[in-house]
Design a protein around this ligand. Structure first.
Ligand code: DI6
Ligand code: FE
Length: 400
């Protein structure tokens, strides 16, 4: 089916700058964009099946939220209260709270309920223009429960008008069964990966490289297992300390390194050389009241693509708004509004290894958002209200 979306103000991002086309049109053919340009340049004899008049509204590529931990049960508001009284995120984790508290709640929740809770979260993101989302496991921490969480993520992709990329983050924390035996746990994770992959549950493999999680040597074992299966890797790197995780991940040509507040110059250089994207997570920085900023200027200077994402999770980033992430990427990390939008679209897609989305151009997936705004710089400007009017994913309008 050919659909013409006309009378739009397009921010295509298909070239440096916003790629603004004032009186623009998009022609979609099935799930893809067949043509984008100024309305005046449309072929006169064009035959379409359906036509939509967007009444001058702003259209951008759909958002790619390239880092979320969406599938889990429970919440950790009491832990937030403890942190406000002075307890650190690391201290709470070491005392058995943190990720492990969410693992217990997730293991105790059935598949359908996990799906329902996660679907509600996904719909909240989608209402603000998200058309592709990455979902990590990491709150199951056993073969059975990691598989369950990844199946829920796959089901979200089937049942919602959304592309879901799954990432196995079994190396997220040490589960109670393996207390004091981290190397044995890593061995188990390496054994699970081929089985999870054989079931089609894994698009990429991630790990948490941190003092409270896993060492570079342990991460290397996980990455070797992933690489043997032909799976791409990414890494939670340099969030709370500099572990040299980014350099390690770059040696495996990681799709992305994420967080990066403690990233040093050698890590920046390694990422640039490997084509690894930097995923900045302003929600976690904000919610953990961090003060050390990621080295944005060094990343820019080195030409590392900078993505931004929600990092939605119950411990360090319980928000569900990509618009708020755009705003905070600017206020906290000093990205420009254009860098923030590119980070939530083109570069978010790169961080997932996807090249068929993130901009409005012929051949790309027909994933876009329609906004009651005049200029794309307003996306990063407002917060706490939702100007998104319509979302099209794979050429189809999302139900609202
Ligand atoms: N870093 C994070 O910010 C999340 N996971 C990770 O490795 C936090 C996960 C949680 O606290 O539940
Ligand atoms: Fe995360």
């Amino acid at each position: 089916m050919k659909t013409l979306w006309r009378n739009a103000r397009l921010a295509t991002l298909a070239e440096p700058g916003w790629g603004l086309i004032d009186r623009g049109a998009i022609l979609t053919h099935g799930a893809h964009i067949a043509w984008v340009g100024a309305a005046g340049a449309l072929p006169a004899d064009l035959a379409v099946d359906v036509e939509h008049d967007l009444a001058g509204a702003l259209v951008t590529p759909g958002f790619v939220d390239c880092h979320t931990h969406l599938v889990y049960a429970g919440q950790r508001a009491a832990e937030f209260e403890l942190r406000l009284q002075g307890a650190s995120y690391e201290a709470i984790a070491r005392a058995g709270g943190g990720i492990r508290a969410t693992v217990a709640a997730t293991r105790a929740t059935g598949d359908d309920e996990l799906f329902a809770i996660a679907a509600q979260r996904a719909r909240t993101l989608m209402a603000e223009g998200v058309t592709t989302i990455e979902i990590k496991s990491g709150y199951g921490l056993s073969l059975e429960h990691e598989a369950r969480c990844l199946r829920v993520a796959r089901r979200l992709g089937r049942e919602l008008a959304l592309t879901v990329q799954t990432t196995c983050l079994a190396a997220h924390a040490l589960p109670p069964e393996y207390a004091d035996r981290p190397d044995d746990y890593i061995g188990a994770v390496c054994d699970w990966l081929p089985r999870l992959h054989a079931e089609g549950l894994v698009d990429a493999v991630d790990a948490f490289c941190e003092r409270i999680a896993f060492s570079p040597a342990q991460v290397r074992r996980v990455f070797d297992a992933a690489t043997a299966l032909g799976l791409p890797v990414k890494l939670h790197a340099e969030q709370l300390s500099d572990q040299g995780g980014a350099t390690l991940a770059a040696a495996y040509r990681a799709l992305s390194c994420d967080h990066l507040e403690w990233l040093a110059d050698d890590g920046v250089r390694a990422m640039a050389a490997a084509g690894t994207a930097a995923v900045l997570l302003p929600g976690a920085f904000y919610f953990l009241c961090e003060t050390r900023l990621p080295p944005v200027q060094a990343l820019r200077d080195a030409g590392v693509p900078i993505a931004i994402a929600s990092d939605h999770n119950p411990g360090s980033s319980p928000g569900l708004s990509m618009l708020l992430m755009l705003n905070m990427a600017c206020t906290l990390f000093r990205l420009t509004p254009e860098e923030a939008l590119r980070g939530a679209t083109v570069h978010g897609a790169r961080a997932l290894g996807l090249h068929d989305r993130g901009m409005l151009a012929a051949g790309q997936r027909a994933d876009f958002a329609v906004w009651a705004l005049d200029h794309p710089n307003e996306l990063a400007y407002g917060f706490g209200h939702n100007p998104c009017r319509q979302v099209v994913a794979g050429g189809r309008e999302q139900a609202r």
